[in-house]
Ligand binder design. Structure first.
Ligand SMILES: *[C@@H]1O[C@H](CO)[C@@H](O)[C@H](O)[C@H]1NC(C)=O
Ligand SMILES: *[C@@H]1O[C@H](CO)[C@@H](O)[C@H](O)[C@H]1NC(C)=O
Ligand SMILES: *[C@@H]1O[C@H](CO)[C@@H](O)[C@H](O)[C@H]1NC(C)=O
Ligand SMILES: *[C@@H]1O[C@H](CO)[C@@H](O)[C@H](O)[C@H]1NC(C)=O
Length: 409
C-alpha cells in the first residue's frame, strides 16, 4: 500500500516537475510516465473509436459545430484532427495556454515520435512547403522542426492553408508517454511562435464559423473511450452548464488572462485582485508562491503539498470570486486523497505571478472563450451531464483500470 502511494505521488510529482520545467514559456503538457503505457493506450483508442462512431455528435443541440474530447483520468483532454488530403489523423491537446499547432513530422527520429502519428508530406495533395524553423524551448529541452502548410480539419470544419509545425526533434521532453501526438494552441496570436496565424483565427477569417467564440466542457469522470468533454466552436451550449455565464474581460490578450476579485479557502482570504489564466493545457491549479505558501500552511502540507488526512468532507471549498460571482470548488476536487495521505492539486512554480486555472478549475466550470469580445464566460457545469452514458462508462472502467495499473508500475 505504502509503495503504491509512493508511486502515485511520484507520478504526481513528475507532472509537477514538468509543469515547473516548462513554466518559463508556459507551454505546459501534462504527461504520463510509463514508457510501456503507449502501447496499451492504442488498444484503448481502438475501443474508443468504435464507441465514438456510435455516439459522435457533430453539432450541439443549438447548432454549433462540436469536437468531441477524450479524457484520461481528468489529466489529459484531447481530440482528433486531420491534416492533409486525404486526411492524416492526429490526437491533439487543445491548449488555450499556447498558440501554435504542431505534430510530429515523418523525418522525426526522436523516441517520442516513434510512438505517435507522424505527418507524411508526400501523401498529401494539399501540402505546401514553408520551411521556416520552428522551436519551442522548455527548461530542459525543446520541440523543434519547421513550418508547413496544409488543410486542417476538426469538428467537421476544414481550414485551408493552415501553417503548422512539423516537429523533427522532441528533445529532453516528456512527450514520449503523452496520449496526444501534438498540440493545437488556442491562445491569442501574439503568443504564436514565428508569427503563425492560429487555427481558430483562420477558421473565423475563412468564414467557417460566424461567431469568433469557442468553449470547453471538460467532463469530470469522462474517459478515453467515452465522451471526455466537448470543445464547441462558434458559441456555447447552455445545456452543458447551469445558470448564465459570468463574463470577465481578458486583461491581456496573449494568454486567456483575467482578474479575480478574491480567492479564499473557506473563509480564509488568500488573495484579492490576483490575475489568473484559463488554461486547458494544465491539469492543476497553479498559485503564485506567496499564495501557495498560505494555502499549504492552512493544511499543514509539506513542500510537495502533501499532508495526512482522514475525510475530505471536513475541508472547506476553494472559493474564487470572479466579477462578483463566487465559483466554489469542493475539497474532493482540489485535494487528491490516497488513503490517509492527501495531496493538494493546487501547486506553485517559480517566478509565477498569476494563477493558472487548469482542469481542476475548468472541469468544474464550463468556459466560454470569446475571442471577438476578448472576454471569458464561466458557469458551473451541468452535473446531470456526468450521468449520461453511465453504463458505457462502467464497461470501459476495466479497460482504463488496466491502463492505470501499468501507469503505476
Ligand atoms: C480519428 O478519426 C478518424 C475518422 O473518424 C478515424 O478513422 C481515426 O481512427 C481516428 N483516430 C484516432 C486516433 O482516434
Ligand atoms: C491555398 O494555397 C493554394 C496554393 O498556394 C492557393 O492556390 C489557394 O488560393 C490558397 N487558398 C486559400 C483559401 O488561401
Ligand atoms: C512561412 O510562414 C510564416 C508564418 O506564417 C510566414 O511569415 C513566412 O512568410 C512563410 N514563409 C514562406 C517561405 O512561405
Ligand atoms: C468522479 O469519481 C470520483 C471517484 O470515483 C467520485 O468521488 C466523484 O464523485 C465523481 N464525480 C462525478 C461528478 O461523478
Amino acid at each position: 500500500m505504502a509503495g503504491s502511494q509512493m508511486k502515485k505521488l511520484a507520478f504526481l510529482a513528475g507532472i509537477l516537475v514538468l509543469v515547473g520545467v516548462v513554466s518559463s514559456t508556459l507551454h505546459r503538457i501534462p504527461v504520463h510516465r510509463s514508457p510501456k503505457f503507449t502501447r496499451s493506450h492504442k488498444n484503448i483508442v481502438a475501443e474508443r473509436d468504435f464507441i465514438q462512431q456510435k455516439y459522435n455528435r457533430q453539432y450541439t443541440a443549438n447548432g454549433h459545430p462540436m469536437e468531441q474530447l477524450s479524457n484520461f483520468d481528468n489529466y489529459q483532454y484531447y481530440g482528433n484532427i486531420s491534416i492533409g488530403t486525404p486526411a492524416q489523423y492526429f490526437l491533439v491537446q487543445f491548449d488555450t495556454g499556447s498558440s501554435n499547432l504542431w505534430v510530429p513530422g515523418s523525418s522525426c527520429t526522436s523516441t517520442a515520435c516513434e510512438d505517435h502519428q507522424v505527418f507524411y508530406e508526400s501523401q498529401s495533395s494539399t501540402y505546401v512547403a514553408n520551411g521556416t524553423a520552428f522551436s519551442i524551448t522548455y527548461g530542459t529541452g525543446s520541440v523543434s522542426g519547421y513550418l508547413s502548410v496544409d488543410y486542417v480539419s476538426f469538428a467537421g470544419l476544414t481550414v485551408k492553408n493552415q501553417t503548422f509545425a512539423e516537429v523533427t526533434t522532441e528533445q529532453g521532453t516528456n512527450f514520449v508517454d503523452a496520449y496526444f501526438d501534438g498540440i493545437l494552441g488556442m491562445g491569442f496570436p501574439i503568443l504564436a511562435v514565428d508569427g503563425v496565424t492560429p487555427t481558430f483565427q483562420n477558421m473565423v477569417s475563412q468564414g467557417l464559423i460566424q461567431n469568433p467564440v469557442f468553449s470547453f466542457f471538460l467532463r469530470d469522470n469522462g474517459s478515453v473511450v467515452n465522451y471526455g468533454g466537448e470543445l464547441i466552436l462558434g458559441g456555447s451550449d447552455p445545456s452543458l452548464y447551469s445558470g448564465g455565464l459570468t463574463y470577465v474581460d481578458v486583461i491581456q490578450a496573449a494568454y486567456w488572462k483575467f482578474q479575480t476579485d478574491s480567492i479564499k479557502i473557506g473563509s480564509t482570504l488568500i488573495s484579492t485582485y490576483d490575475a489568473a489564466i484559463a488554461d486547458t493545457g494544465t491539469s492543476l491549479i497553479i498559485a503564485p508562491i506567496a499564495e501557495y505558501t498560505m494555502i499549504a500552511a492552512l493544511f499543514g502540507a509539506d513542500s510537495e503539498g502533501t499532508f495526512e488526512c482522514t475525510s475530505l468532507n471536513s475541508y472547506p471549498d476553494l472559493v474564487i470570486t470572479i466579477n462578483g460571482v463566487e465559483f466554489k470548488i469542493a475539497a474532493k476536487y482540489y485535494i487528491i486523497q490516497e488513503n490517509y495521505l492527501c495531496s493538494l492539486a493546487i501547486q506553485s512554480i517559480t517566478s509565477q505571478d498569476f494563477w493558472i486555472m487548469g482542469d481542476v478549475f475548468l472541469g468544474r466550470f464550463y468556459t466560454e472563450f470569446d475571442v471577438g469580445n476578448q472576454r471569458l464566460g464561466f458557469a458551473p457545469v451541468n452535473s446531470a451531464i456526468s450521468l449520461r452514458q453511465t453504463a458505457l462508462w462502467q464497461v470501459f472502467t476495466l479497460v482504463l483500470a488496466c491502463g492505470m495499473w501499468k501507469l503505476w508500475q
